[in-house]
Design a protein around this ligand. Structure first.
Ligand code: GLU
Length: 469
């Protein structure tokens, strides 16, 4: 039997990191089993059917390494409406489903104010189809439904506790529970690897598989992803969109590696391992069923390590979207013609060791490309204390006299200027740094001045001096 797994996102306009995690787990599982990965877009909600949302799913998958063209699909759930309806009809014809015209209020009136599920009122009323009549599945009164789950063992659900759930609405349209099962059947899915949030649906869905006479898939419910307060990651509260991480400058390699560590770890103490090792070592059965903490701080640190591990040419290539801007990344503050690739290449190794996400490249290098530095006023106030004007005067004079404009000479010169005033190098640097870069922190100062060049450095120091008058 060929293993066939699927990733079945509902388009929402953004790609949830938890979904990315499930997609990767499906992807690796299929690869390990010599199986097939199917992409199905669950687009039956007509309001959620924008082509650009599907495109967003394809491009997010592509970014984390599930390349277009390397899987089966995308299939669209909306194309299978005929199959969904036919399955509903078969269940009705076989006596496994019945029509019901109860409203929620009717049920509440019969069962008390707490609506606890359907009471089975229409089970034996023999209603035929009709406007406003929902089709309900007749769940067995006895026995239990045992779900075989690679991560959770064999969760068992007593059938008498499963209500007669709706499979098609009053307008005849099948609901998610049924459409999802019928699609999995139609697509020959053997393993359903999906988020824990769907576990309550699983016994109902397995009953549908049984009733439709097809062997149910093996299930694997991967853990819910939570924030630091152990709350389920939510798009209203947390940063959950994969695209947001991508646009902030997380490397795809770091992101997908980190996602695979949600609920699983390779043996030993290693966390930063090549993708090929993860693909080999990952075991779906070893995934921890408890909620997985999405630790953004750890991810940042992780990403910094990935950035530092890049060959510098690759680092320069990875930075390009932030140096130029794209349709989703805001352009940098300089004009395209102001950018100097050689100057960037000269400071790139210095920046590479200092940033955790690629977007941080911009504030580190903007002083090189802007005609005037962007002055951070708080930094200015902090650095331009008493004595700053005199220090700048002395620095200008000493720098003007320099024969060789290199980091070493600049450093020893400023050191001497500071020493004459009883200042350590750190203190002497502060006004110079703010005058030239606009900030109190940044790349190593003297290398920065070397790359910026004599003329521009002196112009900025003089401009700062004028401002201090
Ligand atoms: N469309 C469902 C979702 O996005 C997926 C259901 C499933 O994986 O079975 O949550």
């Amino acid at each position: 039997m060929t293993v066939r797994v699927r990733f079945a996102p509902s388009p929402t306009g953004m790609f949830h990191v938890g979904g990315a995690r499930s997609a990767l787990q499906n992807w690796i599982y299929a690869k390990q089993q010599g199986g097939v990965f199917v992409l199905r877009i669950e687009d039956t909600d007509a309001a959620r059917n924008k082509p650009e949302w599907t495109e967003g799913i394809l491009s997010a998958l592509d970014w984390i390494g599930i390349a277009r063209g390397s899987y089966e699909g995308p299939y669209f759930q909306s194309s299978y409406a005929g199959e969904h309806r036919a399955a509903a009809q078969r269940l009705y014809d076989g006596g496994r489903a019945y029509y019901c015209d109860c409203t929620r209020e009717d049920v509440q009136a019969r069962t008390g104010s707490q609506y606890q599920g359907y009471d089975g009122y229409c089970r034996d009323r023999g209603l035929g189809p009709g406007e406003g009549r929902a089709l309900r599945f007749r769940t067995p009164d006895e026995g239990a439904t045992v779900v075989v789950d690679l991560i959770r063992g064999e969760p068992t659900f007593e059938n008498k506790l499963i209500e007669d759930f709706v499979i098609a609405r009053g307008d005849g349209s099948p609901v998610f529970l049924l459409a999802n099962v019928v699609d999995d059947m139609t697509m020959g899915i053997t393993h359903v690897i999906r988020a824990e949030e769907h576990l309550p649906n699983t016994p109902k869905q397995q009953l549908l598989w049984d009733a439709l006479g097809v062997k149910p898939p093996v299930w694997a419910h991967v853990p819910v992803v939570v924030n630091e307060k152990r709350q389920k990651l939510s798009k209203r509260r947390d940063k959950v969109a994969l695209e947001a991480y991508r646009d902030e400058g997380y490397l795809a390699a770091a992101m997908r590696n980190y996602l695979m560590l949600l609920g699983w770890a390779p043996s030993g103490d290693r966390e930063i391992v090549p993708w090929s090792v993860i693909e080999e070592a990952f075991r779906l059965e070893e995934v921890n069923p408890s909620p997985a903490f999405f630790d953004e701080k750890k991810l940042r640190a992780f990403n910094g390590e990935y950035i530092r591990a890049l060959p510098v040419e690759d680092f320069i290539t990875e930075c390009q979207p932030w140096l130029t801007g794209t349709d989703t990344i805001v352009p940098p503050p300089w004009q395209p013609e102001e950018f100097d690739p050689a100057a960037f290449a000269a400071v790139a190794p210095l920046a590479q060791t200092r940033i955790a996400v690629l977007s941080e490249i911009v504030p580190n290098v903007d002083f090189l490309f802007l005609a005037d530095p962007l002055i951070d006023e708080a930094a200015w106030a902090k650095a331009m204390k008493e004595g700053a004007a005199e220090l700048l005067d002395a620095a200008v004079a000493a720098f003007e006299a320099l024969e060789s404009w290199d980091a070493e000479s600049l450093k020893s010169t400023l050191e001497a200027v500071g020493a004459e005033r009883g200042l350590k190098l750190g203190k002497a640097q502060a006004p110079v740094r703010v005058a030239v870069t606009g900030r109190t922190v940044g790349l190593p100062l003297f290398e920065s001045l070397e790359v910026l060049g004599r003329e521009r450095t002196l112009t900025r120091l003089r401009a700062a001096r004028v401002r201090l008058v």
